[in-house]
Each structure stands twice: as C-alpha cells, then as structure tokens.
Design a binder for this molecule. Structure first.
Ligand code: ATP
Length: 229
C-alpha cells in the first residue's frame, strides 16, 4: 500500500522556485533513495514532506491524508520521523532525556532503541553534546524512532562520519528494513551502501523528478548523467 505520495509538487523560497514537478511514491515497508547532485532539491522535498515548507502546487498525501494544511508539529504526530541534515540533538540534555523528550507510544522505546544502538544503551546519562559525532547521529535516529513513526526520513545521516560509524548506521538501517516494516526515505551519497537497502530510487535534477524506478534498474549512464559518478 502506498504510504507517501507526492504528485507534481512545486515549492518556492520567496520568488525562487526550488521544486518544479516532483512526484514520488513510497510503499509501506519500502526503502526509497532520493537522489541527485547538490542543490537539486532533495532537502527541499524533505522540508515539504515534513511541512517545514509549504508547496504551492501539486499534492502531498501521507497514509491517505492530504498533508497540505498541516503545520510541522502535526507532521510528526501524523507519523513522520525526521533525521535532518546536520546532527541536531539537544546538546545540554542527557542521552536518555533526548530520547524520552520525543517519545510517543509504540514498539520503539528506550529498550528497543538501545538494542539497535548499543552505544546509546551504554551511556544513558551522558550529556549529548559530549558524544562523538557518530553517537550524536545515532541519538538523532533513536529520537526519531522514539516518535514511533510510520515513515523515517534520513537526510545525509552518514555524512562526515568515520567509516566504522557509518557502517554501524548502515547496519542499523538494514536491520530496520528487515525487522520493523518501517518505510524509509533515505538521502545519501553512497551508491554502494544504498544498493544494499534501497528498493526504489527517485532522481531529482534542478527541482524536477527526472527518473524513478527500482534501485537495481539504475544504469551507469543514469548515475553518470544525474549524479556525476
Ligand atoms: P544538498 O545535497 O546540497 O543539500 P539538495 O538536493 O538537498 O542539495 P536543496 O537544499 O533542496 O538541495 O536546494 C535546492 C535549491 O533551493 C538550491 O538551488 C538551493 O540553493 C535552494 N535553497 C535551499 N534552501 C534555501 C533557502 N532557505 N532559501 C533560498 N533558497 C534555498
């Protein structure tokens, strides 16, 4: 069943149009890679889904509901968990406090997040600002899971992290896909890692959807043309 559906979405920053014609569909339990070079509209698409930016035309449907009129805090309540670009945890709070602050009822709780990220389970009382960059990113993912979303959005979640930590995060994403049935929208530069988890891909170019299909159908010609790899 389709969980998220964007149809011919356009969006602006003031007078400047950032999204022209973005369409994508994500089914329950699927992992969708949202791809494109820098500045092509990936984060803007995420902002529209999370209602941080209002679209001007087209439609955004989530779980059968039109998200158009919804303010941002309602998007979280509707079941969308966001791990935004750049690690943003509450620095002065402890690991535990960060997680509890976001909690909503459901299968994800301190124990299941701790199972997914043992590094967090080992240091519940540590002040978030004193965690390593990778641990902070795990905390932000854990916090998004604590909202018990139906859709998890990961915007460059492995960017700038040490290889060993990146690997832990990719393993966690694979485990989420395998065990949780969560739909995941992932933005990341690593094609090799995406290939392990993504079912489908959408490519954005200058604010428009230029390709969508199964991840396995991506050809070198496409990645060369639109991703510069
Ligand atoms: P990146 O990988 O660099 O984050 P992206 O694909 O996520 O790229 P967006 O951040 O969505 O791209 O940017 C799409 C376009 O919108 C770019 O031209 C960018 O300069 C512009 N843009 C992004 N944020 C703003 C803003 N707050 N105000 C004005 N223009 C913006």
């Amino acid at each position: 069943m389709t969980l998220l559906s964007l149809s011919s979405v356009s969006a602006f920053y003031g007078p400047s149009q950032a999204l022209h014609d973005v369409s994508l569909d994500l089914d329950e339990g699927q992992v969708l890679a949202l791809m494109g070079r820098n500045g092509m509209g990936k984060t803007t698409t995420v902002k529209v889904i999370c209602r941080m930016l209002r679209h001007r035309a087209g439609s955004v449907m989530f779980a059968g509901r039109d998200l158009g009129p919804l303010p941002p805090h309602r998007a979280a309540r509707a079941g969308i968990g966001l791990v935004p670009e750049g690690r943003r945890c509450f620095g002065p709070l402890t690991v535990r406090e960060n997680l509890i602050a976001a909690a909503r009822p459901g299968a994800w709780d301190l124990r299941s997040v701790g199972d997914l990220f043992p590094r967090l389970a080992e240091r519940p009382q540590q002040i978030a600002a004193s965690l390593s960059g990778g641990e902070q990113q795990m905390l932000v993912i854990g916090r998004a899971l604590m909202t018990n979303p139906r859709l998890l959005i990961l915007d460059e979640a492995t960017e700038g992290l040490a290889p060993v930590i990146r690997q832990e995060i990719w393993s966690a994403i694979a485990r989420l896909k395998r065990d949780s049935g969560l739909a995941i929208l992932v933005i990341d530069k690593s094609l090799a890692e995406l290939a392990h988890v993504a079912d489908r891909a959408v490519i954005l170019d200058r604010g428009s959807t230029v390709w969508s299909g199964t991840f396995g159908a991506l050809t070198p010609a496409l990645t060369d043309r639109y991703l510069g790899v």
